[in-house]
Write a protein that binds this ligand. Structure first.
Ligand SMILES: [Zn+2]
Length: 305
């Protein structure tokens, strides 16, 4: 089985990408079939003003609820996550998300994400949302950003002090990290600007990525998007060592944002090549492509067994 842990549906185009095709449920399922992927986790989008691009307002499924309702029509292929903004429900650190989460559970949602509010990881409103996600057994997928204008997602600085503070305050919540603010930190020589982009070059000294995955049983990472792929391939030999060492904490995902062939991502092909060339074992491949996902998706496993 192969599970794509990071997919979206909708019109994610911006002024510079208007020549691309939006993702529809039809072309999403067709891609899964074509690539041999069994299931996809749908992360409904957007929930935060930072994630809004104007074309998306005019799409057929412009909000997270219509995306979830439509996604529920494909129970054999789509795994639903709910989503939220920590500033909802009054914009206070005491906001109660339980009535929203109850509705999400009724709709079959098994996680929350991806969070895209531009807030520090340990903003009290973020901590509050995380703690409640843990109580509800919802893993949380986060878009990790670096600090700066035009960013979306939870942000931090090199060394992740804010994330460490969140983990201390919400130890019972499964966190799935994703995005440049996380993956740039695969190398210790990371700058704030790197955390907004895709730094290259060899990984000589381990960074926060390895420390977080090693020290915190509740921290996982999805390898999706350019940020994850860049981290694995910027130093190809190190990338293979990383896959093997952290095989229990990595989740395959794509973050395909467009419905055309050009929008497809290289992650599965990369993993298939590593398997074929003996760089990783079948066991490592299985963990990354679905076995870790089954550990994280507790509610989905419970629903489907
Ligand atoms: Zn995404």
């Amino acid at each position: 089985m192969i599970i794509d842990m990071h997919t979206h549906v909708g019109d994610l185009r911006a002024p510079g990408t208007m020549h691309r095709e939006p993702v529809t449920f039809e072309n999403l399922i067709a891609r899964l079939d074509d690539e041999g992927i069994d299931r996809a986790v749908l992360l409904p989008w957007p929930t935060s003003p930072e994630g809004v691009q104007f074309p998306g307002l005019f799409q057929t499924q412009p909000d997270i609820l219509t995306q979830l309702r439509e996604g529920a029509r494909y129970p054999d292929r789509i795994i639903l996550f709910g989503n939220a903004d920590p500033r909802w429900a009054g914009n206070t650190p005491r906001a109660d998300f339980s009535s929203l989460f109850e509705r999400f559970v009724q709709m079959g949602c098994v996680g929350i994400g991806e969070l895209s509010a531009y807030l520090p990881y340990d903003d009290p409103r973020v901590v509050n949302l995380f703690q409640q996600c843990g109580e509800w057994d919802f893993p949380v997928t986060v878009h990790a950003a670096g600090p700066g204008e035009g960013q979306y997602g939870l942000f931090d600085e090199p060394g992740s002090p804010h994330l460490l503070s969140l983990l201390e305050q919400a130890p019972g919540t499964i966190l799935i990290e994703h995005g440049p603010g996380f993956w740039a930190q695969i190398s210790a020589d990371v700058t704030e600007a790197d955390m907004r982009g895709y730094p290259g070059g060899p990984v000589r000294t381990e960074g926060m990525v390895q420390r977080l995955l090693r020290d915190f049983p509740n921290v996982y990472a999805d390898i999706s998007a350019h940020s994850g792929y860049n981290a694995l391939t910027r130093d190809p030999e190190y990338g293979i060592r990383f896959l093997n060492e952290f095989a229990d904490k990595l989740l395959f995902g794509t973050d395909v944002c467009f419905g055309d062939d050009e929008g497809r991502m290289p992650h599965l092909e990369y993993l298939n090549e590593r398997l074929a060339s003996g760089d990783i074992s079948q066991e490592v491949y299985d963990k990354i492509t679905h076995r870790n996902a089954l550990k994280v998706l507790k509610r989905w496993k419970a629903n489907s067994s």
